[in-house]
Design a protein around this ligand. Structure first.
Ligand code: ATP
Length: 478
């Protein structure tokens, strides 16, 4: 961990504001996200999740999973393979339609998505970067193709799945039979997806390898509109529960030119990222398209037989909720990011009013803080001994051991205490416990809150219950 003098002093420009540069730099500095294969110059469109990043990603995934499966009796989970029979992608329409329009500049060799450059440049075939001549627009399929088995011929072509949804559709009958599911019911899945994106930028927002959290809900035709509205409501409430700033979320309904040919209705939940409003999750009414196509391509009867209704048969409609897990990680980082001017903090266990963070000048007065909901923070509680000596370090380690069974913990004994608080603020740790001389006498410690910086004296035996309660009742204050 770097401990430079300016560590806590945010960049002078855009003070107090989350920018992609600040998020990217903090993510690397603190071990959330690293560029893939960085020592070789990096691999475009791929990122590695470091020690804090994997904790954050896992917690977001667990929160979603709990919401979808544990809290919904009618939804079950699945983990389907990434490699699927190639016919799947013919049935789904991906072989034919999963394309982006592409143009290249003949002079500077930059590649663009034709729908993302100014219309006048496209019409004049003029490169927006160097004014060189652009090629004709051509369709570019986003699926990664490879071969299975030793022969590299057309018979051995296989795709890396571009979405997790198809793994659910092809298993829908298996799940009905094995788990006696009755419509309406859902199948949830979290997993990797791959897209050969032409333009990957904005850090982990759009990447070639990413993770999705998808839930496909199977309903009786005619009840689809009602269920679609219900799932819109539920997904909105989910982000509210996660503690996201709701004024940074909005709905965007797909217009006729955006709506996929099979979709009856589609809304995106958009988040106000530093680069503007962008899609975070889609809620789609996919009609009976998917199961009809798989019936047609597989030759298997995928109708639902309603045993409770005289054996009535129909192809279910599907309501899809499809969120990017890695895009959610970026959203949570942006949403949590804050910089603020603060007064120096009180020395735990001392009559002294204030302590210095160990930094000279105005850097003392600023902090960068990630205001994660405590339930998803990578580290829930950090334990510090005020001093390394006099048995305080051993006592602090002992208290950490008690907390470990219940929470993700960290331990830090390096540097001034104020500096240690700032380090934890920057990684979003909601609670810090400081062990001092009084702790040796009466077993009490200082519990310090990340958001308010308030410090309270608590007996070590009360810590677990207290922190649990705080997590449960957490309300973001800023
Ligand atoms: P976009 O318009 O951003 O390309 P999409 O409409 O193609 O996305 P869907 O196919 O609906 O996206 O995928 C569902 C979710 O998966 C998106 O809302 C997004 O969160 C995530 N996602 C899609 N493509 C990517 C990508 N290349 N990198 C990271 N996340 C992605």
């Amino acid at each position: 961990m770097s401990d430079s003098k300016n560590e806590y002093c945010p960049a002078k420009l855009d003070l107090g504001k989350a920018t992609m540069e600040k998020i990217t730099s903090l993510a690397k500095r603190r071990g959330f996200v690293f560029q893939s294969s960085e020592i070789y110059g990096g691999q475009n469109g791929a990122w590695d999740y470091g020690p804090l990043g994997i904790e954050l990603k896992n917690r977001i995934a667990q929160t979603w999973w709990k919401e979808m499966t544990q809290l919904h009796d009618e939804i079950v989970g699945l983990d389907a393979a990434i490699l699927m029979h190639p016919r799947t992608w013919e049935a789904s329409g991906h072989v034919e339609n999963f394309t982006d329009p592409l143009v290249d500049c003949k002079k500077c060799k930059t590649r663009f998505r034709a729908d993302q450059i100014p219309a006048e440049n496209l019409a004049a075939k003029k490169c927006p970067e160097c004014s060189g001549e652009l090629t004709d627009t051509r369709k570019f399929n986003l699926m990664f193709k490879t071969h299975i088995g030793p022969a590299e011929d057309t018979a051995s072509i296989i795709y890396l799945r571009p979405e997790t949804a198809q793994g659910i559709y092809v298993n829908y009958k298996n799940i009905i039979q094995s788990n006696r599911m009755k419509i309406p019911f859902g199948i949830a899945q979290i997993g990797k997806a791959f897209r050969n994106e032409i333009v990957t930028k904005n850090f982990i927002f759009r990447t070639c390898e990413f993770e999705q959290m998808e839930m496909q809900f199977f309903v009786k035709p005619g009840t689809d509109v009602e269920w679609f509205n219900e799932w819109k409501k539920r997904r909105w409430a989910y982000y509210e529960k996660l503690g996201v700033r709701m004024d940074h979320l909005r709905w965007h309904q797909h217009g006729p030119d955006e709506l996929a040919h099979y979709a009856k209705d589609a809304y995106d939940i958009e988040y106000l990222f530093p680069m503007g409003w962008r899609e975070l999750e889609g809620v789609h009414n996919r009609s009976d398209y998917d199961l009809s196509r798989h019936t047609q391509y597989s030759g298997k009867d995928l109708q639902y037989i309603d045993q409770d209704n005289s054996g009535e048969r129909y192809i279910p409609y599907i309501i899809e909720t499809s969120a990017g897990l890695t895009r959610n990680v970026l959203m949570i980082l942006c949403d949590a990011y804050d910089e603020e001017q603060v007064a120096p903090e009180k020395q735990p266990g001392s009559s002294e009013e204030n302590i210095s963070t160990g930094n000279p000048g105005t850097a003392d007065d600023w902090r960068t803080v990630l205001r994660f909901h405590p339930a998803i923070a990578p580290v829930t509680v950090a334990v510090f001994p005020l001093m390394k000596k006099d048995g305080l370090a051993e006592l602090a380690q002992d208290i950490r051991k008690e907390l470990k069974e219940n929470f993700a913990t960290d331990y830090d004994q390096a540097g001034a205490i104020g500096r240690r608080y700032r380090r934890q603020d920057e990684t979003g740790t909601p609670f810090c416990v400081t062990v001092d001389y009084q702790s040796k006498d009466d077993g009490t410690v200082t519990l310090r809150y990340r958001d308010s910086m308030e410090q309270v004296r608590v007996h070590r035996t009360e810590l677990v219950e207290r922190i649990r309660k705080e997590i449960k009742e957490y309300k973001r204050i800023k």
